[in-house]
Design a protein around this ligand. Structure first.
Ligand SMILES: Cc1ncc(C[n+]2csc(CCOP(=O)(O)OP(=O)(O)O)c2C)c(N)n1
Ligand code: SF4
Length: 305
């Protein structure tokens, strides 16, 4: 890639491709936050790989001059895992939609989280499928209407925060793209965390979602860290707080508050460290991990005399 003069400014992380997002889309805030963070941390664009699936939100890698991979619907996480194993030095951002992550791609989520891959997942949660023009998603409220559910969905929403804590993510936060300051702070804290980091970004879709709008979120949002949640490695406390993330869905028009901030953060060895540890013990038993002593390995499976 073309060499950039340092310090690299946020706008220099933008590609020349013009965004196709609608004016007012909440996802713009995520692109801005990401370029701000890369500039603040003076990340070499060649060291960054941004990976997405399919959806409006999943177009984000196109707007950046980092390496990017616009993969298949629901498959951003397996692509990210493969890239991280092949090149552990890459800074990997997964930019994903709520449908991509928690519907078609849901099966990949617990395994990526529990293995603690050092990747950062930014989920643009607009509570529906936007690219395909307004179908309900796993984060849509009960009875929400969509183009294929004109009488309202019969399903109840999942809670992304609670799920990610339960799946073993070592950093779990939520923000709202109407607040650039908070979105940038949460995405930066995730980027600085060593391990699997997830940020749920409440990101309004003004074109199709006329319920969860900027106007809806603004008076309901409150910062759990400002209000005293400091014991971030306390899993039970994080789960208790995560429960409140769904209060506003209980009944339509509810004025229940919506928590944002870091719910949970803990330190654990990342996948690459566990693998290095395994290779060490493997080497002492079977020779080097790259050139193992195959006879010793096969002997284990030989029929017992
Ligand atoms: C295998 C497959 N199934 C279905 C689709 C159609 N499809 C494209 S995007 C999408 C949903 C996108 O929703 P979300 O991930 O929430 O992103 P958003 O568009 O809301 O940002 C669907 C169902 C597809 N492209 N590929
Ligand atoms: S349809 Fe919605 S999510 Fe898609 S670009 Fe437009 S405002 Fe954003």
């Amino acid at each position: 890639m073309e060499l950039l003069q340092t310090p690299i400014k946020p706008k220099e992380y933008r590609s020349e491709i013009e965004s196709t997002w609608c004016p007012g889309c909440g996802d713009f805030g995520v692109t801005t936050a990401l370029t701000n963070i890369m500039s603040q941390m003076q990340m070499d664009p060649d060291s960054v790989l941004t990976i997405s699936g399919i959806g409006c939100s999943s177009r984000l890698p196109l707007w950046l001059r980092t390496f990017g991979f616009h993969s298949c619907h629901g498959r951003a996480l397996p692509v990210a895992i493969g890239a991280k194993i092949a090149n552990p030095d890459l800074n990997i951002f997964v930019t994903i939609g709520d449908g991509d992550m928690f519907s078609i791609g849901a099966g990949h989520v617990p395994h990526a989280a529990r293995r603690n891959f050092d990747i950062k997942v930014f989920c643009m949660d607009n509570n529906m499928y936007a690219l395909t023009k307004n179908q309900v998603s796993p984060t849509s409220r009960h009875k929400k209407k969509g183009s294929l559910s004109p009488y309202g969905t019969l399903d109840s929403p999942i809670n992304p925060i609670e799920l990610m804590i339960t799946y073993g993510a070592t950093f779990v936060a939520q923000s709202y793209t109407g607040s650039m300051k908070h979105t940038t702070a949460m995405m930066k804290a995730a980027t600085e965390h060593k391990g699997f980091a997830f940020v749920n970004l409440l990101s309004p879709c003004p074109t199709f979602n006329h319920e969860e709008t900027f106007k809806y979120y603004k008076p309901r949002i409150y910062d759990i860290n400002e209000e005293g949640h400091k014991d971030l490695s306390n899993r039970m406390k994080a789960l208790e707080l995560s429960d409140r993330a769904m209060d506003h869905y209980q009944e339509s028009g509810s004025d229940a508050k919506i928590p944002i901030g870091i719910f949970y953060k803990t330190e654990k060895p990342v996948f690459a460290e566990n693998l290095a540890e395994l290779k060490k013990s493997y080497s002492s038993a079977y020779g080097s991990a790259d050139k193992p002593d195959w006879n010793k390995i096969f002997d284990q499976y030989a029929p017992q005399q």
